[in-house]
Design a protein around this ligand. Structure first.
Ligand SMILES: Cc1cc2nc3c(=O)[nH]c(=O)nc-3n(C[C@H](O)[C@H](O)[C@H](O)COP(=O)(O)O)c2cc1C
Length: 278
């Protein structure tokens, strides 16, 4: 059962100092607090059903005319939105393009691929590198219990800026990088994000996980999808009037799989090529 944090929590700065001293955890959580939140693992195991969903997901390039019911579309997007994200900063956006005019332009920007032309829904999956301030604020304002743990509040009011604010022209990021490289000679240190490209990778990592949730959710609800990066990102950004920090990660086409919607058998290789036990 959920219980509140005790008042004797240490502050974020104390936690950070302690972390640097011990070089162990970076989450500042007091694992020894007597009263804290517990969420036991569900007793049921869904391995077989999950395997069926994952194994039957294929990239589908031809969809039927059957629309995806709004309730299903929303349920799939909601499942995407609960994907894990770095520091819970949820850097993603899902632009569901439904206006016929915009959809036609988006299909064109997707190089008129069949997966886009025949899709019932086209969802532009976007990563934002500059949205972290807004989401950090929401992490404080929308804490789900009556009392917010001090370390959570301090992290989202101070720690997040310390981590993700890179300053004008990324100057602060470069200073942090130099300091980290030096300190990193003596202790484990998180090596970023510090640069523009680090921030892109940071935002795209979490967003890609959410995109995978979305595609698996469609499959679980009896629909299919195709991720597309074969598109003109500049045109997509212009069409959706996306801000400068937005990265179009992929466009997901979705709908009901047509009988000839999967073009090839699955082509996968020996696990030894990819899995190393060290
Ligand atoms: C990031 C990403 C971009 C992709 N872009 C396209 C694309 O533009 N067009 C397309 O037909 N398939 C695209 N695919 C689908 C891959 O070709 C497909 O996942 C791969 O061949 C494996 O097939 P499967 O998904 O059916 O298992 C993309 C997949 C990923 C992950």
């Amino acid at each position: 059962m959920a219980t509140l944090e005790t008042e004797d929590q240490t502050s974020f700065i104390d936690d950070l100092k302690d972390t640097l001293r011990r070089s162990k955890t970076i989450d500042g959580y007091d694992y020894n607090a007597k009263k804290r939140y517990y969420e036991p693992a569900p007793e049921q195991n869904h391995g077989a059903a999950f395997s069926q969903v994952v194994e039957s997901r294929r990239s589908v390039r031809k969809f039927t005319d059957k629309p995806i019911p709004k309730a299903v579309l929303d349920a799939c997007i909601d499942l995407a939105l609960i994907a894990p994200s770095s520091c819970n900063l949820q850097p993603w956006e899902f632009h569901v393009v439904q206006s016929p005019d915009k959809k036609a332009k988006l299909v064109e920007a997707c190089m008129s691929q069949n997966a886009a032309t025949t899709a019932q829904e086209l969802i532009v999956v976007v990563a934002r590198t500059n949205n972290w301030k807004k989401i950090a604020k929401l992490n404080i304002e929308q804490w789900p219990q009556p009392k917010i743990p001090r370390h959570w509040k301090e992290f989202y009011s101070k720690g997040v800026a310390f981590t993700y604010w890179q300053g004008p022209f990324y100057a602060v990021g470069h200073v942090k990088k130099a300091f980290t490289n030096l300190a990193g000679l003596f202790r484990p240190m998180p090596r970023g994000p510090f640069t523009k490209s680090d921030m892109r990778v940071w935002a795209i990592k979490s967003t890609a996980l959410a995109a995978e949730n979305l595609m698996l959710a469609f499959r679980a609800y009896g629909f299919d999808s195709c991720p597309m990066e074969g598109m003109d990102e500049q045109r997509v950004k212009k069409l959706l009037r996306l801000p400068g920090d937005a990265e179009v990660v992929m466009v997901v086409g979705a709908g009901e799989r047509d009988t000839d919607g999967v073009y090839f058998p699955r082509v996968k290789f020996e696990r030894e090529n990819f899995v190393k036990y060290v």
